[in-house]
Design a protein around this ligand. Structure first.
Ligand SMILES: Nc1ncnc2c1ncn2[C@@H]1O[C@H](COP(=O)(O)OP(=O)(O)OP(=O)(O)O)[C@@H](O)[C@H]1O
Length: 264
């Protein structure tokens, strides 16, 4: 279980003032759940994810993973960014196996584990290719496989499909849902897209900027159906989906509006 309690992050701004990027954010992410944070640009989504990743310290509050304080990066958290961070000179399989290499896993074993992950993300035949021969969607699959390689407790995904065309994005959403259903990983996922949030999230938290806060949270139950069917069409036209989508849209455009799920 990941527990975020009253997490605040303040950055010094160049004009001498300060930016409250995160303001007293509290959030739990239980095993087997996907929590999606959605909100307009600048509402603190990446700051939240970077704090959980251990890339930046909280100004106040605490983050724990299974009771252990999170204050630095660690193999118990796998991170996937919008822009892939693959090593261009290493083969796909060596990129996936990188974290295992750092852990001292023997070459044969780490290649075997990396191959299993490439199978999981549908890239069985691409292990020996260099990353630059892969499409953007394929590189994000490699990134997902690499994030899973150390068997992290939680996956942290910052707009991982944001740069992909809409068809590739849908395929990647299907892949993530099926990986989640098969591995039961807990996931923190950041997006601008309300539809993506509702399709993938078991919980959707809506954030508002200045200061970055959670203004509402919703339980959603479309992710399991999506993982089982891989078909987004019926979900997008489900009246409950449409109702939630419009409610979240209204909150993002008018964060102070009241409505179901609103916290403050
Ligand atoms: N290193 C920094 N120094 C100063 N201000 C920062 C820094 N990083 C982020 N901020 C500010 O903190 C606020 C939250 O930024 P953050 O990147 O977390 O938002 P976001 O919701 O992820 O935005 P986007 O969706 O555009 O990526 C913004 O006002 C941003 O300008």
């Amino acid at each position: 279980m990941l527990r975020i309690r009253d997490a605040s992050v303040t950055f010094p701004a160049s004009d001498g003032s300060s930016v409250h990027a995160l303001d007293r954010v509290s959030l739990d992410i239980a095993p087997d759940s996907i929590v999606v944070a959605v909100g307009a640009s600048g509402c603190g989504k990446s700051t939240l994810l970077n704090a959980v990743a251990g890339f930046l310290p909280l100004t106040e509050g605490s983050i724990t993973l299974d009771g252990e304080p999170v204050d630095r990066p660690g193999g118990d958290r796998g991170v996937v960014f919008q822009k892939d961070t693959l090593l261009p000179w290493a083969s796909v399989i060596d990129n996936v196996a990188l974290g295992l290499k750092f852990r001292g896993v023997a070459r044969k074993q780490r290649r075997q584990q990396a191959q299993e992950l490439l199978d999981l993300v549908g890239l069985s035949e691409f292990g020996d290719k260099p990353p630059y021969e892969l499409s953007g969607g394929m590189r994000q699959r490699v990134g997902l496989a690499r994030a899973l390689a150390t068997d992290p407790k939680i996956l942290l995904m910052d707009e991982p499909f944001g740069a992909l065309d809409s068809l590739t994005r849908e395929t990647m959403q299907q892949l993530l849902a099926s990986v989640w259903a098969r591995t039961g990983k807990q996931i923190l996922f950041i997006t601008h897209s309300i539809e993506e949030a509702l399709t993938l999230g078991t919980t959707v938290v809506v954030m508002s900027p200045r200061p970055g806060r959670i203004v509402a949270r919703f339980d959603a139950d479309f992710a399991r159906e999506f993982a089982e069917t891989g078909d987004i069409g019926p979900i997008l036209s489900d009246p409950r989906f449409i109702e939630l989508r419009e409610e979240i849209r209204a909150l993002i455009h008018r964060p102070a509006a009241s409505g179901k799920g609103v916290l403050q």
